[in-house]
Design a protein around this ligand. Structure first.
Ligand code: ZN
Length: 478
C-alpha cells in the first residue's frame, strides 16, 4: 500500500473521501472480484475486533449468551413465515447443488437467522423455567442487494452481523427487552463517540414479521442518516409459525413472545464518517487498533539512546494495557506523521535527543493539540489524555448533529432542512400524508416516538393535513 500517491479528497466531498480513506487507511480492500463483497485489511480488522469487543462485553454483562448457528437454512423452514419471506425473497442466495447433485431441499444463505434459530428454540423451550432465552451471534449474512453497493454500508455479504434473539413469557417482558437492547446500543455508540437518534419506524418500514421496529440512526457528514441498529418486537408471529410454546403454571401451552435486534459493520462506517477529517481517519481511542504511536526523532547524535527510549516507552505503555507502535522506519518524521494520521491514531509521542535531556516527551493528539508530558509517570498519564480526547470527539460530534437538526412547520421548510440534515415535523400518522412528505422532500420518514437529547418532542398540526400530529424525524437516508 503506497499512501503518498495523490492525496485524500477533502471531507466536504464525502463520498469521494469515504471511498478513498478506506484503502488509504487500510480498512477495506474493494478489489475482490465479486460485487458487494469486500476484504478487511488487517488494520481494518483490528478496528472491527476492538469495536465488536465492546458490543460483546455489553451483551455478555446483560445476560446474553453467545451462540453460533449454521449459515444454511433449509427452504421449507425459510418459507414458513409469510411476511418474513415477502420481506426477503428478492434478496436471498440459494444453494441448489452439492457437487453435481441437485439438493432435495434447496438451502438459503442466511439473510438473517430467525428461520435458522427458531425451529431450535421450539426444541429448547419446554416450560416456563426455560425462559427467557437471550442469545446472540456475530456472523456473516448474505443479501442480494440490487442497489449501489458500498463498503461497510451496503453489502452483499454483511461480514459482521451481530444478531441477538430472545424469547419471553409475556408481551411486556419482550417489550422491556427491546428497551434493554436500545439502552445497550446507546451505550455502545457512546463508546464510539457517535451520537444517535432512536425512533419507532412507521408501520410500512417494520421488520417483516415484527409487531414494531425501533431503529437507531446516525447522521453522516453529507446530511444523510445511516441506520446503525434496529430492535424488533416480534410478538408471537414466529412462535406461532415455529410452534415455540411453554407450559404455564396452569398446565396450558402458551406461545412465547420474541424480540431480535441487530448491528452490522455500519457501526464502523458511522465512526469513520462522523469523526474523520481532511487528513484521514480520527478513531475513538477505545477502538483504535493503534492507540499511541511513538516516533523516535533520530539525529546523528544519541541515535541509539533515542531508539532505546522509544522502545522503553512502548514497553511501559503496553504494560499499562495500551496498544502501541514504534515507527522506527527510515523515513522523515513528516512522512510518519502523515501515515499515522491517515490511520486515525489518537495520540502520537515524539522522542528526540532534546527530550532525553529534558526528561519529557512531546505528544500530539490526532486533532492537533500538543502536550509536553513528563517522562516519569508517562504510562499513568496517557489514559487520561485519551479519555479527554474521546470527550472532545463526542462533543464535536454532538455539536455537529445538533446544528443539523431543524424543527420545521411546513413541507417547503422540510425540503430545505433535509438537504443538509434532519427535519423534525409534526405528522398525523396517516400514510397518505407521509407519501406527500416523502415525495416532496425525496427524504424518508425515519419515525415517531423520537428519543434523543437533541430533539424536543411536541404535539402540533400535521404539516400536510393540519390534523393533530406528533414529532417525527425526516431525513435522506443511506
Ligand atoms: Zn396528516
Amino acid at each position: 500500500m503506497e499512501d503518498e500517491t495523490g492525496s485524500l479528497p477533502p471531507k466536504s466531498d464525502f463520498s469521494a473521501w469515504y471511498n478513498d480513506v478506506l484503502w488509504r487507511a487500510e480498512i477495506m480492500d474493494v478489489r475482490y472480484p465479486v460485487k458487494g463483497l469486500y476484504v478487511w485489511f488487517p488494520f481494518g480488522f483490528g478496528l472491527r475486533r476492538h469495536t465488536y469487543a465492546i458490543l460483546r462485553t455489553l451483551l455478555d454483562r446483560s445476560g446474553h449468551e453467545e451462540t453460533l448457528f449454521p449459515l444454511l437454512i433449509p427452504k421449507n423452514e425459510f418459507m414458513k413465515e409469510a411476511e418474513h419471506i415477502k420481506g426477503f425473497e428478492e434478496e436471498v442466495y440459494w444453494v441448489t447443488h452439492g457437487g453435481l447433485t441437485e439438493l432435495d431441499v434447496p438451502l438459503a444463505l442466511r439473510p438473517t437467522s430467525e428461520t435458522a434459530m427458531y425451529p431450535m428454540f421450539a426444541l429448547w423451550v419446554r416450560s416456563h423455567a426455560d425462559l427467557p432465552i437471550k442469545v446472540y451471534q456475530i456472523v456473516n449474512t448474505f443479501r442480494y442487494e440490487t442497489k449501489h453497493t458500498r463498503p461497510l454500508i451496503r453489502l452483499r455479504e454483511i461480514t459482521s452481523f451481530k444478531e441477538a434473539h430472545t424469547a419471553h413469557a409475556t408481551w411486556e417482558e419482550a417489550a422491556a427487552q427491546v428497551e434493554t437492547a436500545l439502552s445497550l446500543y446507546t451505550q455502545f455508540y457512546d463508546e464510539l463517540c457517535v451520537p444517535v437518534i432512536i425512533s419507532r419506524r412507521p408501520d410500512w418500514d417494520r421488520f417483516p414479521g415484527a409487531d414494531y421496529t425501533m431503529a437507531v440512526d446516525a447522521l453522516m457528514p453529507d446530511g444523510r442518516t445511516l441506520q446503525v441498529g434496529t430492535a424488533h418486537h416480534l410478538g408471537t408471529h414466529f412462535s406461532k409459525t415455529f410452534e415455540i410454546t411453554y407450559e404455564d403454571a396452569a398446565g396450558e401451552q402458551q406461545f412465547v413472545f420474541q424480540t431480535c435486534y441487530g448491528i452490522s459493520e455500519r457501526c464502523i462506517a458511522a465512526a469513520i464518517g462522523v469523526h474523520g477529517d481532511d487528513r484521514g481517519l480520527v478513531l475513538p481511542p477505545k477502538v483504535a487498533p493503534v492507540q499511541v504511536v511513538v516516533i523516535p526523532i533520530i539525529m546523528k547524535k544519541q541515535a541509539d539512546e533515542v531508539r532505546a527510549a522509544a522502545e522503553a516507552i512502548r514497553a511501559e505503555l503496553e504494560a499499562a494495557g495500551l496498544r502501541v507502535k514504534v515507527d522506527d522506519r527510515d523515513l522523515r518524521p513528516g512522512a510518519k506523521y502523515y501515515h499515522w494520521e491517515m490511520r486515525g491514531v489518537p495520540l502520537r509521542i515524539e522522542v528526540g535527543p532534546r527530550d532525553l535531556a529534558a526528561g519529557t516527551v512531546v505528544a500530539a493528539t490526532r486533532d492537533g493539540e500538543k502536550l509536553t508530558l513528563e517522562r516519569p509517570g508517562l504510562a499513568a498519564a496517557i489514559p487520561g489524555v485519551l479519555t479527554a480526547f474521546a470527550g472532545k470527539l463526542r462533543e464535536r460530534a454532538e455539536a455537529s448533529l445538533t446544528s443539523r437538526i431543524v424543527p420545521v412547520g411546513s413541507v417547503e421548510a422540510a425540503v430545505e432542512a433535509t438537504k443538509t440534515g434532519i427535519a423534525v415535523v409534526h405528522w398525523c400518522g396517516d400514510e397518505a400524508c407521509a407519501e406527500a412528505i416523502e415525495k416532496e422532500t425525496t427524504a424518508s420518514i425515519l419515525g415517531t416516538g423520537v428519543r434523543s437529547a437533541h430533539i424536543e418532542k411536541s404535539e402540533g398540526p400535521c404539516i400536510v393535513c393540519g390534523r393533530p400530529g406528533t414529532s417525527t424525524v425526516i431525513a435522506r437516508t443511506y
